[in-house]
Design a protein around this ligand. Structure first.
Ligand code: LMR
Length: 454
């Protein structure tokens, strides 16, 4: 027993005797057990002073069994870390559990910090619970969730943190919430940048690039200053390729290879459509590349994709369907969904973020690959340097990736890849002022839009 500060209550003793059974039979119960133990924590006293005290937390013990009820910590508490950084920890996650090392499950890895922006939004609402459950980083990986919101969404952010508390996830060891990226991104090993402004009525695409670009420039600077130097950054907020480039350019201390723009949703959509056409289940579709921008110029590559290990074109011989219908369905899927739902995709986006992260932390199956928007410099496909462009990647499962060299790029693909490249070069010119390349000048091709803009 690690808690030496105070005597155990009768309830705690009983729980201790049962600890072995509980921990081996049910992680949820084990977590509940941990939460009922004597703990010490930092909290604000009623006059706002920071104080240090001992308390007993009783989450699920019937009132008759409890001794003195614990004073509930403030829902959200600012703590000052030894390095001087501020942390807005939340509720039960402000508690510092006094566990000796041997009491943690032996198989658990070292805690990792994951920062999520747009944390009060719909995509995060699906994603955070997957991360907390262990579905993303594994059942032996304790996680710290550091959630970035805005002043306007702060109440909702607290609501999210409350739901995370109430879910009693054993692997979720820390939750902090905040509105300052310099606080929230501190020591982050993963940054999932979801928050961005959607395009509003009368807003030009160039306006969106500028407004969101500023957000990502600021977040890039914050990551550069306070995140782990090897932080992996996945940009979801649109226009995600250019936002990722802006973020990268504002974070010179972080390797450019660590920046990704989410095109996994497009890959998943493409696999689904090919499976549907071929009459197979979608896990039989592999080697699916999305080339280019997460926009309607993206190129879902049926030339290199496979079904049951054979080229798609051997099973789906309707070339007109592949070149026209399939391609357009995938390019515009986001927009069709917005029409049906009245809002952007959220659950499937969250699933694709999970897929994208897992693709980097698990070895890619032999012969297969996945798509991610990554840095183009030194790519083997002849795509212009210094862009974030979706390309085929493989990973050894160490968080890093390599580009797949031996793919066919025929005239059909080359022509379309070029169009997406032109669009990204135009987007880059628009945000020149945000990437240290002079004055921004927008000459965006009029017919290219985000998947959701039609
Ligand atoms: C999607 O692909 O579903 C979204 O990126 C659409 C959008 O424009 O928000």
């Amino acid at each position: 027993m690690a808690t030496s500060e105070i005597a155990l209550s009768g309830t705690s003793r009983l729980l201790l005797q049962k600890k072995k059974d509980i921990s081996s039979s049910s992680p949820r119960l084990y977590n509940s057990f941990i939460r009922q133990r004597s703990v010490k924590f930092n909290a604000k006293s009623s006059d706002g002073q920071k104080c240090f005290r001992l308390a007993q937390i009783a989450c699920s013990v019937a009132p008759s069994q409890t001794q003195t009820p614990a004073p509930a910590p403030a829902p959200s508490t600012t703590t000052i870390a030894p390095d001087g950084s501020k942390r807005e920890c939340f509720g039960v996650f402000c508690l510092t559990y006094d566990l000796k090392e041997e009491e943690e499950p032996k198989s658990w890895k070292k805690l990792i910090k994951i920062a999520v922006s747009g944390a009060a939004g719909m995509i995060s609402n699906h994603l955070l619970f997957k991360i907390a459950s262990g579905e993303v980083f594994g059942p032996d990986q304790p996680v710290s969730l550091n959630l970035l919101g805005s002043e306007r969404s702060f109440g909702a952010l607290e609501g999210v943190a409350m739901e995370l508390e109430d879910s009693l996830y054993p692997l979720l060891r820390e939750v902090s919430i905040g509105v300052d990226p310099y606080d929230v991104f501190r020591d982050a090993e993963w940054a999932l940048l979801i928050g961005a402004k959607p395009r509003g009525p009368g807003m030009e695409r160039a306006d969106l690039l500028d407004i969101n670009g500023k957000i990502f420039a600021e977040q890039g600077k914050a990551l550069n200053a306070v995140a782990s130097p090897n932080v992996k950054v996945l940009v979801v907020g649109n226009p995600c390729n250019t936002n990722a480039l802006i973020c990268l350019k504002n974070a010179p201390n972080i390797p450019p290879k660590n920046f990704h723009a989410l095109t996994r949703l497009d890959e998943n959509r493409a696999k689904c459509q090919l499976a549907l056409k071929a009459g197979v289940f979608y896990d039989n579709v592999s080697n699916m590349t999305i080339w280019g921008n997460h926009s309607t110029t993206q190129v879902p590559d049926f030339v290199n994709a496979k079904i049951h290990g054979k080229p798609v074109t051997e099973l789906i011989t309707d070339t007109k369907w592949l070149e026209e219908e399939f391609t357009e369905i995938v390019q515009k899927r986001g927009g069709v969904l917005i029409k049906k739902w009245g809002r952007s995709s959220a659950a499937s986006t969250a699933v694709s973020i999970v897929d994208a992260v897992k693709s980097l932390i698990t070895p890619t199956p032999e012969g297969d690959w996945f798509s991610s928007g990554v840095y183009t410099t030194e790519n083997p496909y002849g795509i212009a340097d210094d862009l974030i462009f979706s390309m085929p990647c493989r990973s050894k499962g160490d968080g890093d990736y390599e580009l797949v060299p031996d793919v066919i790029i025929n005239d059909y693909l080359r022509e379309r890849i070029k169009k997406s490249e032109d669009e990204l070069l135009a987007e880059k010119r628009c945000v020149a002022h945000l990437i240290g390349e002079g004055i921004g000048y927008c000459d965006l091709p009029g017919d290219t839009t985000l998947p959701g803009e039609q």
